[in-house]
Write a protein that binds this ligand. Sequence first.
Ligand SMILES: *Cc1c(COP(=O)(O)O)cnc(C)c1O
Length: 372
Amino acid sequence: MVHNTAPKRLDLIENLPSTVPFVGPETQERALGTVFKARLGANESAFGPSALVKTAMADCAYSDVWKYADPENFELRSALADHLSLDMKQIVIGEGIDGLLGTIVRQYVGLNTPVVTSLGAYPTFNYHVAIAGGTVHAVPFKEDKEDLDALLDCAKRAHAALVYLSNPDNPMGTWWQADQIMAFASALPADSLLILDEAYGETAPQNALPPSDWCPHNVIRTRTFSKAYGLAGLRCGYAFGAEALIAPFEKVRSHFGVNIMAQRAGVVALKDQSYLQHVITTLEEGRETLSDIAIDNAFKPIPSATNFVTMDCGRDGAFAMRVLQELTKQGVFVRKPMAPILDRCIRISVGPQKELDILRHALPIAIENAQG
Ligand SMILES: *Cc1c(COP(=O)(O)O)cnc(C)c1O
């Protein structure tokens, strides 16, 4: 008998590119042999969580974090139900939005299932779709916003099972008003599910978010403790929507995926809304500072409702890439959109004043070197 010489992976997996959605700053630091002086690329809240959350986390570290957490995430779901005026059956917790996107894709996407997103939109969705063998239709941004009309058109033509939209969006930071989002959802084909990613819901203007109890039959909304709540490393996010859309998560999610520290931190973070307000104000000021830095360097800051500012460097993608590389050389970690049209920009997270000062000093040098 002839045996294969190695365990055989699915052709689907073998044929995937070996690229990853994100190269971490740690990878770059190892390659550079030095650590970044300003970490302004990953859209973490540079300000971390509230003191109350830190205390709860420290207590948990000493007492319970080693135990299996409650797989129903009961306390956190109850707290979120109160916070959002929903029934807790309408809420599911996951390992950040990234984890939840995987759980959603697993429910709706098989081989060749069509999905729609924007060209250059948040990449983790595409990553999960690729693993499932689905087909991505990517619609270009228009005037630096996700193009609702074109997305709708594409969803209809492609018979999309899923439509991904983030509002406010990453990597441009732009946003739509709630009524436009709601009209978009109701115009979608009846069998298309909208994933409305509200990772930056807390930093968005009030009128950008549909009411929290807006839960039509074809929309799953995702939010996270990673951004404004400052808990990116803890991996805790949630999805909410109509109960009929949330119940099936039980069949596919990783039941012990969210640890007890993440669950407790989430509960305390929700209680400390005054800290959240403080962070939101600080982020607004930080966006102003970043916009000023952009303008001082003849870059155009794109209006943002997030914790970052994307700057139009005014030339092509190659130039923006050189600016990024020249910032890296000076110990400043930023990221940039890579898709055509958007790739003329660099994206910079709000950071502590000290790191913004480092950027202020480094950017003109980076530009000069990039031009040279
Ligand atoms: C940061 C971000 C996420 C990932 O959030 P996690 O909860 O940390 O996985 C998802 N979507 C968008 C648009 C983001 O910017």
